[in-house]
Design a protein around this ligand. Structure first.
Ligand SMILES: Cc1cc2nc3c(=O)[nH]c(=O)nc-3n(C[C@H](O)[C@H](O)[C@H](O)COP(=O)(O)O)c2cc1C
Length: 179
């Protein structure tokens, strides 16, 4: 059995999780823009950070995968609460829109919480967050989605929800599934 972890990360959270997952699994590890040979692997774990609803880099990699006879796992990382059903549905709907039905039907999806440090954001990302914040702050507090609430609560803060215990639990589930 051969496995690979592919990660996407801008500010390092996804990379940190990916390296920890490698130490648990002993799988090969590549960044999404470095991975070449995908056919070689039976198990492919993509671990990627969410930007504006989209798991960065995922589309291009999953486009190249022939899902037959493969275990496909996706672990998303974001600051929005992944335990909330509405958020999970949003994340899953966005994934569904970006991959083929054949890939989606084989995907096992997990969610982890990430980290954000506004001081470290690029100008482009700071501006994007400002626009999202502005929009969320104008919406009726009684009708705010949990995504909007999360943006309002975390705006301009430095927060880390990185949780290696959660990652370990996910790995144990994956391990049980592939063995
Ligand atoms: C511009 C921008 C957009 C983001 N959009 C989302 C989002 O739609 N949903 C979410 O849960 N988190 C979102 N996040 C939070 C990131 O997913 C989180 O900070 C993650 O840990 C970043 O991972 P990285 O350090 O590997 O790049 C956003 C962050 C930025 C800076």
């Amino acid at each position: 059995m051969t496995g690979v972890i592919i990660y996407s990360s801008v500010y390092g959270t996804g990379k940190t999780y990916a390296y920890r997952l490698r130490s648990l699994s002993k799988f090969d590890l590549f960044s999404y823009d470095e991975i070449k040979d995908l056919d070689h692997y039976d198990t492919i774990i993509y671990i990627g950070s969410i930007y504006a609803g989209i798991v960065k880099g995922m589309r291009g990699v999953f486009k190249r995968i022939d899902p037959q006879d493969k275990k496909l796992i996706l672990i998303t990382i974001g600051i929005v609460d992944p335990m909330n059903k509405e958020n999970q549905d949003n994340i899953k709907n966005n994934i569904k829109a970006l991959v083929s039905n054949a890939v989606y039907s084989k995907l096992k999806i997990y969610h982890l919480k990430g980290a954000i440090d506004y001081q470290k954001l690029s100008l482009k990302h700071r501006f994007l967050m400002y626009l999202i914040y502005k929009k969320a702050s104008k919406s009726d507090p009684n009708k705010q989605s949990s995504e909007e609430k999360a943006i309002l609560e975390t705006y301009k803060k430095t927060l880390s929800f990185v949780d290696f215990d959660e990652l370990k639990k996910i790995w144990e589930e994956i391990y049980a599934d592939i063995n």
